[in-house]
Design a protein around this ligand. Sequence first.
Ligand code: S3P
Length: 446
Amino acid sequence: MKIIFFCNQFANKNSLLSNKNMDIIVNKTNPLKGQITIPADKSITHRAFMFSALTKGKMKVSNYSKGADCLSTLQIIKHLGCNVEYIDDNNLIIDSTNAIKAPDINLNCGNSGTTVRLISGILASQNFNSKLFGDESLSKRPMKRIITPLELMGAKFKHNDYKLPLEIFGSELHGIDYVSHLASAQVKSCILLAGLNAQGVTSFTEPFKSRNHTELMFQYLGANINIEKNMVTVKKSQLNPVDITVCGDISSAAFFIVAALIVPDSEILIKNVGINPTRSGIIDILKSMNADIELINERTVSNEKVADILVKYSNLKCTSIQGEIIPRLIDEIPILALAATQAEGTTVIKDAQDLRNKEADRISAVKTELNKLGANIEETSDGLIIHGKTSLYGNSEINCYHDHRIAMSAFTAGLICKKPIKINQFQWVNISFPEFLDLFHRINYM
Ligand code: S3P
């Protein structure tokens, strides 16, 4: 694998923060071999940072995500009165003794949907007003999904067509029984966070189970929470400061898992990956596609299930992905689509219309960019139809639509293209995974 950087710099958060373009060229690779440790889970880091701000104490967070999205959350809780002490590269202590207090500036959520949606649930019940804004992509994303239920709880907002910027007028909230038509962990977490500081009981019911990191961390920090199938109930509670170690991100591991499955003769060990069942739909689907994947050394870290994952190159078969499994692999659909281009037969993905509301319209982006490389993919209103197995030719220029997961999926595709591909603005990788290129170099067997 040979990667050329047009701006002559390596991926790091500064390339994004300074807005420098980083266009890269990816060439076909030799087999991938060796072992890597996956950096911290983005969803769990957001929650560890935000929930620590509610503990009125000191809480250590170890192995947190260094992605730009989580740094947006960290910055916001500092503006809300948390004092952050950096112990070393991997450990910090959040002191929320004087939090949460009125911020002296408007709060910048950057590119992060999780930041805006979760922090709104906290801010809606405070005795001060606040204003949230974000980057161009976040400013186009729908916020009605959180504004409607929060208003039912008594929250007050000012916005233009349910988009950012969002002014929040702190109000006294009361509990509701909310039945959501979306299986969304961001909406669920927002309402549960509001419920922690609302009068009475708040319940949230979803059609399918979305990721449950909020519920697990609420339990870990001592909240009054009850879980019954797809319904979660909370009562007003004070969270306790309990140190948290964040496990590796299965959504980041996904690119390495699929890379090893599609690059002939590869075999890699991916260490410290969170395998929470509400996140591990990708493993179930790939196994149903005949993937040689083994979970070893299963353990529990800060209430989350973790394992090391051994992956070997496999002859993949087509599958169908729909219904209850969609929220369990929602962020992995772009990279699963790439896997499906290398599987015998036609893979159908349905019920994934919310993919059009992510950092980019991922249904359209995946179809357009993978087809440029030689894939045979059709777009439907709520998913994709992928005809395999196609050999990818490459020799194209890829747009990543300011979307980190499209950028990393395109990179993974480039590893098996006959001709080099150029990926424009690859710096978007820093949103969730600034260590991405560094780790790929470690398993690059030349
Ligand atoms: C997330 C939930 C998912 C996911 C996002 C992170 C979270 O979004 O796509 O990347 O941390 O709660 P939805 O809840 O909107 O599906």
